[in-house]
Ligand binder design. Structure first.
Ligand code: ADP
Ligand code: ZN
Length: 669
């Protein structure tokens, strides 16, 4: 009989498994089950002796060898990724040489990556528990109805209910009787961020109007726009108004920010305009909340997504606009784990694939973006003025080789100290910035500002307290630290790298009455805490805000009249071709925190190298001159944007084969 020869039709599919190699694995599976699998969906597969979550990529193009294992099950019954998002993820995998499995995994909320939870994470969650609804009509016992009726019967908390004398046992019984029913809802996004209703009433300036018009004039086609607006020029209002146009066309908006903790002003503004249609994606959320937000972005409840670089994966359908705020910021780049990608560049590609405009905003555009604007690949829109009364601040340089610092007045010259005193006396606020990025302990001469460098590698030596040694971290060269500076023979050494703690003590000593708060990666562990520190500073509970790069970005406080840069040239001696660009951007950004209200702003920059072009440009807030010089040097040395850099990392458990292979690899290049 024919059916004796009948075999179940089998097809072959290629599956990506995260964390393995970049190649795909081929499995067989029953064609009957093939209804409803789309690229990117999760499948459970046997992998060696274990089970793993893999992602369906495509049908196997050629007939593979026999004896292949079969998949265990398809996890998702609804497609996880739209075709558009899936092609974007494939592009990312190719361009950044990352396994597509790693990319897909990164694009999903953590809860969906776990093997144990996979069953629960496919269905839509009801939401997070908000409270309990009480149906008084179902109660005939007056002794219970009476106290219950005093509560918020639409959404009372369990504590409220137990608080009126209902036992835990009775509580559960009432739930069983459906007298009390749980209410689920969406998580509050950062409840401590209050919307800023004032922003809706602002009338855009003529420059802002032009910017808004050029963005909305490009709806429906790919158009990268560089919004080059000086600090305090009102980029946020441009973003909000442009987003409004997009929303009016029933489309969605994706906004990337460098760091959620510092995006308070932006969030508050978007909340004022769009209320609870705004979702926030950030890593401080609980796993379940993240899943819930992801699901509600996907089902269209949220129409605007604000998040750090990983929000590039937001499952927004019908995308109408992407905004990348502070596009120059280095935190858009993900180093580890794979996929190692540049969030801003990826956003441009996502916009291109979705055929929509993308706005890159910055007061100090990255050289790459500005170069693209100069060559006409991006449209350039400028905001050159601060709206209304606010003026750009006046910057003063203090030459540290002349106005000397000693171990005793570490970081506080007479000029700096007297200006701080004056601001505090006038009930204004001060931001003090210590540039410490990529900073290791080192010494500096108090007289000439020289830091000992390695005679072989020309990089600054790192100070090691144990043994009183100076070491080169590139070649290992070691020397003892002398008592006086070798270069000028006069100065004693200053130890820097002790961080903000020491400065904090000094501030307490110098400005006794001042209330000070510190914001850096140590004190701001947890984004919520950073928000609270900034909120307290905003409501003038403190006079001085001391911090590292966290104080340079995004914050907008009208009472700040003085910004002090304690030592500007730290960071220049880093072995990084972008060192000048990064330092320049930070100086401009931090200066831009001053004078945002009616009080005119002042900036004091202490530096050992006032003669440096870069410091001079920053003092004059002159991006254009800085750009012209820097781009020439990039071209001369064939650095990006005139070339692409690729970082190869080779690793092995054993040294000898690694050495051999590295050498072979080097020769083959
Ligand atoms: P940035 O360009 O640095 O992001 P912001 O968007 O934070 O600047 O705006 C700086 C300040 O200017 C904010 O306090 C904002 O409320 C105010 N502002 C922006 N646009 C206008 C306007 N058209 N009229 C009056 N004030 C404005
Ligand atoms: Zn010296």
């Amino acid at each position: 009989m024919a059916c004796l020869f009948f075999r179940m039709p089998v097809s072959y599919i290629n599956i990506a498994v995260p964390g393995t190699s970049r190649r795909l694995f081929t499995y067989s599976f029953d064609i009957i089950d093939k209804s409803g699998i789309s690229p990117g969906d999760r499948v459970l597969v046997p992998l060696g002796r274990r089970k793993a979550i893999g992602y369906y990529i495509e049908k196997a193009p050629s007939v593979p060898k026999t004896g292949l294992k079969s998949i265990i099950e398809i996890i998702d019954r609804k497609p996880l990724f739209s075709a558009e998002l899936f092609s974007f993820l494939r592009w990312m995998s190719d361009y950044y040489f990352a396994g597509i499995g790693d990319v897909l995994r990164a694009a999903l909320p953590p809860e969906m990556r776990k093997l144990k939870q996979h069953k629960h994470s496919s269905g839509d969650l009801p939401g997070v528990l908000k409270g309990y609804k009480i149906d008084l009509t179902l109660i005939d016992n007056d002794a219970i109805r009476q106290p219950l009726s005093t509560l918020d019967i639409d959404c009372a908390s369990k504590n409220d209910i137990l608080g009126i004398g209902i036992s835990d046992y009775k509580f559960r019984k009432l739930i069983g009787q459906k007298v009390i029913q749980p209410v689920y809802g969406l998580p509050d996004i950062l409840p401590y961020i209050k919307p800023r209703p004032e922003i809706k009433g602002l009338k855009p300036t003529s420059e802002q109007t032009t910017a808004i018009k050029s963005i909305s004039g490009n709806m429906g086609s790919f158009k990268p726009i560089l919004l080059y607006g000086i600090t305090g020029s009102g980029k946020t209002l441009v973003y909000c108004r442009a987003a409004e146009e997009v929303m009016a066309r029933s489309k969605t908006v994706l906004i990337l920010v460098p760091e959620i903790a510092l995006a308070g002003t932006l969030l508050a503004s978007f909340r004022a305009f769009f209320g609870d249609r705004v979702a926030l994606m950030h890593s401080a959320l609980k796993a379940k909340e993240r899943l819930l937000i992801w699901q509600n972005i996907k089902n269209g409840t949220y129409r605007i997504v604000i998040g750090a670089r990983s929000a590039i994966f937001a499952p927004l359908d019908n995308l109408g606009l992407i905004i990348v705020d502070e596009e120059h910021d280095e935190s858009y780049k993900q180093d580890d784990p794979s996929p190692r990608f540049q969030g801003r560049d990826s956003a441009v590609m996502r916009a291109r694939m979705a055929n929509i405009p993308i706005v890159l905003g910055s007061a100090t555009p990255s050289l790459e973006s500005f170069h693209n604007a100069q060559s006409g690949r991006y449209e350039l829109i400028k905001l050159t003025k601060r709206p209304e009364k606010a003026e750009t601040p006046v910057v003063r340089l203090v030459d540290l080789t002349k106005e000397r610092v000693t171990r005793d007045n570490l970081f506080f010259t007479k000029t700096m100290a007297s200006h701080i005193k004056k601001s505090i006396k006038n009930k204004q606020q001060v931001i003090l910035y210590l540039n410490r990025r990529g900073f290791s302990p080192r010494i500096k001469c108090t007289n000439c500002g020289d830091s000992p460098i390695c005679p072989h590698c020309m990089v600054t030596l790192t100070y090691h307290r144990s043994g009183n040694k100076l070491m080169c971290h590139l070649c290992g060269y070691t020397t003892f630290k002398g008592d006086t500076c070798e270069k000028c023979g006069k100065g004693e050494f200053l130890y820097i790298g002790t961080g903000t703690q020491k400065i904090e003590d000094k501030i307490g000593e110098l400005f006794e009455t001042a209330r000070m708060v510190r914001l850096d990666s140590d004190s701001a562990r947890g984004r919520e805490r950073a928000h609270h520190i900034l909120a307290d500073f905003a409501s003038h509970k403190y006079d001085i805000l001391l911090g590292t790069q966290m104080v340079t970005k995004g914050i907008d406080f009208p009472d700040v009249s003085l910004v002090g840069v304690l030592m500007a040239d730290i960071g220049l001696d880093m072995p990084d071709f972008r060192a000048s660009e990064k330092l320049f951007a930070r100086l401009i950004q931090v200066a831009g925190r001053s004078g945002r209200g009616i009080i005119p702003g002042e900036v004091i920059v202490q530096t050992f190298k006032p003669e440096l072009d870069l410091i001079d440009d920053a003092a004059r807030q002159d991006y254009d001159t800085f750009y012209d010089r820097e781009i020439k040097s990039r071209e001369l040395f064939k650095y990006p944007p005139f070339s692409h850099l690729v970082n190869f990392r080779l690793s092995s458990r054993k040294e000898t084969p690694l050495e051999k292979n590295t050498l072979a690899f080097k020769i083959s290049l």
